[in-house]
Design a protein around this ligand. Structure first.
Ligand code: FES
Length: 353
């Protein structure tokens, strides 16, 4: 189903930590099917702040079986939307919300599997949804969460995680890693990086029997955890990640290239066709089409979400960065249009595929 915005009422705002709130939306019955989601997916929120349109994507921390649609928003320094959400948003207000999207999801079959999650700070949001789904929907799956934070006060969902540990005592464990407080042992002190992950693999997380590693946090953490598991012998297809938190997404830039190709780019959305002349060293396809008046879906414009995903039907393109598409999607011709530039004289991309 193609993503589209809907006006949704906020039915609850909960203070999760001193600088993070979670926001639950009321979904009217007639659009519940549009908002059906899988654990790990995100919502894109749109509003106007001081006359400026702001779009931000936030992962759902609720789980589909809870019949709830809740995202968590941590206040970040100079974050326009996150400050607004933490300080001004009230229950009963409305926001424009795009239907759920995202590839960071669980496999269909959960039984008899051991899932290992690594999260830092608010990167726990999609992970919290995923682990609740696993524990509640499978009687045999086992979950380990390695969760990095500055200190105890900043642990989002701390009490809920404790409650899950009590309910699923034999199938769920949490290893907290704190950078600014001590839990009394060296392994749980510091940041989650490659070295820390190596030590966890050697002591508490032998790779035998791990069926899936899911990492959500800043880019440096993702690289470190991934490298440690690959070096230990875990297959790369077992490792999934979502960029979250502190990394600054790369906003697509006009690039100096030796060979400039002038292309006719055709953009297809909802069966409508728009032709735009665009050179390979100009702005990206999404911005060019938006400037030409197309109403295309987008959120981060940084290659992180995959809201602007489209499929190449003819021709070729290159992406500046891609943090969102899986290798098999790229092989199948999908691109992030906010990061893409034509590399053939004729390029046809479809948002309808
Ligand atoms: S808008 Fe997020 S990846 Fe393009």
């Amino acid at each position: 189903m193609k993503p589209s915005f809907h006006t949704l009422k906020i039915n609850e705002i909960r203070q999760e930590t001193p600088d993070a709130v979670s926001i639950a939306f009321e979904i009217p019955d007639d659009i519940k099917h549009v908002f059906r989601y899988q654990s790990g997916q995100y919502l894109t929120l749109k509003t106007s702040i001081d006359g400026e349109e702001i779009r931000r994507s936030y992962s759902l921390c609720s789980s589909p079986f809870e019949n709830s649609w809740r995202v968590a928003v941590k206040k970040i320094e100079q974050g326009k939307f996150s400050t607004y959400a933490n300080e001004h948003l009230t229950e009963g207000a409305t926001l424009e919300v795009m239907s759920p999207m995202g590839n960071f999801v669980l496999p269909e079959s959960l039984d008899e599997k051991h899932f290992v999650f690594f999260a830092a700070g608010s990167g726990v949001t999609p992970v919290f949804s995923m682990l609740k789904t696993i524990l509640n929907q499978s009687e045999s799956a086992v979950v380990t969460l390695v969760y990095g934070n500055k200190g105890f006060q900043s642990i989002i969902f701390r009490e809920e995680l404790e409650a899950l540990k009590n309910t699923f005592m034999n199938r769920f464990r949490v290893i907290h890693v704190l950078s600014k407080e001590s839990l009394g042992n060296e392994l749980q002190k510091g940041r989650i990086d490659e070295e820390k992950t190596n030590r966890l693999i050697q002591t508490l997380l032998p790779i035998d029997g791990i069926d899936g590693v899911y990492i959500c946090g800043p880019e440096s953490m993702i690289h470190g955890v991934k490298a440690a598991f690959i070096n230990a012998g875990l297959s790369v297809d077992t490792i999934h990640f979502e960029l979250f938190g502190t990394a600054t997404p790369v906003v697509s830039k006009v690039q100096e290239t030796d060979e400039v190709i002038t292309s006719l780019v055709t953009v297809i959305l909802d069966g409508e066709v728009l032709d735009i002349p665009l050179a390979s060293n100009q702005i990206n396809i999404l911005d060019a089409a938006l400037e030409a008046g197309a109403d295309l879906p987008f959120a981060c414009k940084g290659g992180v979400c995959c809201t602007c995903k489209a499929k190449i039907m003819e021709g070729t393109a290159r992406m500046d960065v891609n943090y969102a598409l899986e290798p098999d999607e790229v092989a199948a011709g999908y691109i992030l249009t906010c990061q893409s530039h034509p590399t053939s004289e004729r390029l046809v991309v479809s948002f309808d595929e």
